[in-house]
Design a protein around this ligand. Structure first.
Ligand code: MHF
Ligand code: KIV
Ligand code: MG
Length: 297
């Protein structure tokens, strides 16, 4: 095992059974052994017809919670540009910024497979640049796989990276890094364009990708692609028939405020809870109620 994995900071609940992987995760690799989920566990899950959840993660506490809650795959998304750094698009986030977040997520987790998104500009030039960047993410980030956006045109990059022993998750359909060419946030693969999405998915699978994200494609198209491929499909805005589902965690947990895309379901109101806690803290400070005797040395 690598230093990064064996040296993972224990971050589970104190005194708990945090060393034991959750049942949902052991089910994926069919045994009690404490080890990380591997890409072949995800292929086997597809063969068994088992669906799995994926979330983004960008920091220690949330990553540890998702790891303990049985999320088998975490993506350190380039959506950190939006959800961590506050940019309008995903384009500005850098390799260095991504690496810091990847290291935090890897240190905080024990069971999850950690996938790092290659940011805009770090792989498009060709297979050599793509492999160089992917190697940095594996060596300096300690992640277990990388992800890149693009279909047929990026098959050479995927071949080069997987050829060096680095698992690649592909991403087709709506690819946010190309939003300026696509012309905004738009569903891809409607009508005859369905064939393009299928061809892209087949090409990235043929190039060696272990899974493929399908973003904002009609449910029927995602269903067809999922049936046509032996590798798992991971849907976001792609309907219920993909092998896996991914959401940005701040969307899933209701931390992000404002209008969310239609494909988002909020499972909590963290923005409300945090606003409430913040207001009470501020009020108590102003009223001289915090700190109380028990908080004072
Ligand atoms: N917080 C967050 N969630 C995401 O899902 C996400 C990010 N950030 N950052 C990177 C990309 C950008 N994504 C987006 C952003 C906006 C829409 C959106 O506004 N969609 C509209 C219009 C769809 C249409 O009309 O075709 C929607 O209502 O879903 C979709 C995906 C997905 N990714
Ligand atoms: C939404 C997922 C698939 C992603 O690419 C990201 O968060 O960056
Ligand atoms: Mg991304």
């Amino acid at each position: 095992m690598s230093d990064v994995v064996s040296g993972a900071v224990p971050t589970g609940p104190a005194g708990g059974t945090s060393a034991d992987p959750p049942a949902e995760v052991t089910a994926l690799y069919g045994g009690p052994a404490t080890r990380r989920v591997r890409t072949r566990d995800l292929l086997a899950a597809k063969e068994r017809g088992e669906r799995w959840p994926m979330l983004t993660a960008y920091d220690q506490y949330t990553a540890a919670i998702f790891d303990q809650a049985g999320i088998p795959v975490l993506l350190v998304g380039d959506s950190a540009a939006n959800n961590v750094f506050g940019h309008e698009t995903t384009l500005p986030v850098t390799v260095e910024e991504m690496l810091s977040l990847v290291r935090a997520v890897v240190r905080a987790t024990r069971h999850t497979l950690v996938v790092a998104d290659l940011p805009f500009g770090s792989y498009e030039e060709g297979p050599t640049q793509a492999l160089r960047t992917a190697v940095r993410f594996m060596k300096e980030g300690g992640c277990h796989a990388v992800k890149l956006e693009g279909g047929r045109r990026y098959a050479p990059q995927i071949e080069a990276i997987t050829g060096a022993g680095i698992p690649v998750m592909a991403h087709v359909g709506f690819t946010p890094q190309r939003e300026h060419v696509i012309g905004g946030y738009r569903v891809q693969g409607r009508g005859e364009a369905a064939e393009e999405v299928l061809a892209d998915a087949q090409a990235v699978a043929g190039a060696g990708a272990f899974a493929v994200v399908l973003e904002m494609v009609p449910g029927e198209v995602a269903k067809r692609v999922t049936g046509a491929l032996t590798i798992p499909t991971v849907g976001i805005g792609a309907g219920p028939d993909t092998d896996a589902q991914v959401l940005v965690w701040q969307d899933m947990a209701g931390l992000r405020t404002g209008r969310a895309p239609r494909f988002v379901k909020r499972y909590a109101d963290l923005a409300g809870a945090l606003t409430d806690a913040t207001r009470r803290f501020a009020d108590e400070v102003r009223a001289g109620e915090f700190p109380a005797a028990e908080h004072t040395f």
